[in-house]
Structure formats: structure tokens, C-alpha cells
Design a protein around this ligand. Structure first.
Ligand code: GLP
Length: 237
């Protein structure tokens, strides 16, 4: 893994936007994997600026998001669908039909997971996957456990994740969805390139576990050690 440490969130965001822009420029039909959370917001702002001011062209780009809550309407402001449109998609010239997030409201969640996996494959796989990391080392919503789950699947969120996300749901634990659909570890590992953003000293423990000698499902991100092309950008601020 290539690890780049920068001294500000602004630099992290600018650098990450440059990496994504390079992918868009060199492969206009690229498939991008996007992530939610507070960490990539600056990157999305920078990408929107590149589109608006420099003509960075997303018109042939296809995207797949890592995850989505179950049983939360997409019109809910905290759905990942709403997050992505608010923070990125509304500000770039991407075609709506080229944007994909798992449908957490699907009547048959297992079928939805299967379809999502198939759609990624049919699109040719993800060229560049953006990732954040949870305090417990989760990537997407692949929570710590006894194994790595390969394909897109439904997941029960851990108490730690529910508590971490509580701030987005009026600090009311009852309002936080308890399940989500997430790309699996295999889905993520199939991406040709991975760009992970880590912000804050509170994530150092997770980063350490990710880089520890032993690859173990108790830190799902540690599996990235087996990926040939991972770049991590870290900033303490
Ligand atoms: C959520 C998302 C993850 C993200 C994580 C960290 O749990 N499912 O994909 O990496 O949050 O979010 P933040 O960047 O806000 O710390």
C-alpha cells in the first residue's frame, strides 16, 4: 500500500480529486466507486469545481456506491442516495442513468444484492474505488467479524457504527437504520485501483489494525494488504 500523509484536510481533498480527475481524463468511460461519510465531502467539492471551472467531463462515467441503508427512503436526507446527490451528483454533468446505489428499500434485498453485483460486473468492474474507513476498520459497511464476505450483501450494523452514525439522525439511536446493503470485500477487492481517505487521529487505531501484519476479519480493511494497487491518503486534521 502506498501511504501519503498530508498536513491538512484541504490538501487531502485536492489530492484525492486529482487522482479521480486523472482517471476520468484518461478513461472517459471509467467506472468509479464512490463512498459516503464526512471524509470524502471535500473531495466531492473539489471534483464539482473541476467540472464547473475546468470542464472535467463526467458524461460517460458510470458510478457505483459502496453501500446504502436498508429501510430508509431515498428521499430521507440521510440516505446515501440523498447524500451523493447533494454532495456530488447534482454538481457534475453525470447522467442519472449512469449512477448506481444499492436499493435499500427493495422488497427482496437478497435479489437486490445479486443484481447490484451483476450490474457492476456488466459495467466492466470498478476502475477506481474511493474508500473511507470506520473506527472499527469497516470498509463500506463490512463490519468486523469472523470472516470476509465476498459479494454484495445485507449487513447488521454493529453498535459502534450505529452510535457513530447517530449524529446524522438527530442523535437518536432509534432513528439510525440497523441494517444496510454493502458491496462485499470481494467486490471491493476486484476494483482495479483503490483510493482510501483517512482523516483524524481518532482513526489511527483503525489504520494501525489495517496495516498490522496479520490480515484478519476483525479489521476488514486489513484485507487491502492483498490488493496490488491501494493508495491511502491520511491527514491528522
Ligand atoms: C460509514 C460508511 C463508510 C465510511 C464511514 C466513515 O459507515 N458506510 O463507507 O467510510 O462511514 O465515515 P466518516 O468519513 O464520516 O468517518
Amino acid at each position: 500500500m502506498k501511504i501519503i500523509e498530508v498536513d491538512s484536510y484541504e490538501k487531502m481533498s485536492a489530492l484525492a480529486a486529482d487522482v479521480i480527475a486523472a482517471q476520468v481524463i484518461t478513461k472517459p468511460h471509467a467506472v468509479l466507486g464512490f463512498a459516503t461519510g464526512s471524509t470524502p465531502i471535500g473531495t466531492y467539492v473539489a471534483l464539482a469545481k473541476k467540472c464547473r471551472e475546468d470542464g472535467l467531463d463526467f458524461s460517460d462515467i458510470t458510478t457505483f456506491n459502496l453501500d446504502e441503508y436498508c429501510a430508509l427512503e431515498i428521499s430521507h436526507p440521510q440516505s446515501y442516495y440523498a447524500f451523493m446527490w447533494e454532495n456530488l451528483f447534482s454538481h457534475i454533468n453525470i447522467k442519472k442513468e449512469n449512477v448506481h446505489l444499492p436499493n435499500g428499500m427493495a422488497a427482496d434485498i437478497d435479489k437486490e444484492c445479486e443484481n447490484y453485483e451483476k450490474m457492476i460486473e456488466e459495467a466492466g468492474g470498478v476502475d477506481l474505488q474511493l474508500l473511507g474507513i470506520g473506527h472499527n476498520g469497516h470498509i463500506g459497511f463490512n463490519e468486523p467479524g469472523d470472516s470476509f464476505i465476498s459479494a454484495t450483501h445485507r449487513v447488521d450494523l454493529t453498535q459502534r457504527t450505529i452510535e457513530a452514525n447517530c449524529r446524522f439522525f438527530e442523535n437518536d439511536l432509534n432513528k439510525v437504520p440497523k441494517q444496510a446493503i454493502t458491496m462485499g470485500i470481494g467486490t471491493i477487492m476486484k476494483a482495479k485501483n483503490i483510493l482510501m481517505l483517512i482523516r483524524g487521529e481518532d482513526k489511527l487505531e483503525a489504520m494501525k489494525a489495517m496495516l498490522a501484519k496479520e490480515v484478519h476479519p476483525s479489521c476488514q480493511a486489513s484485507v487491502l494488504q492483498y490488493h496490488p494497487n491501494v493508495t491511502v491518503i491520511y491527514t491528522a486534521n
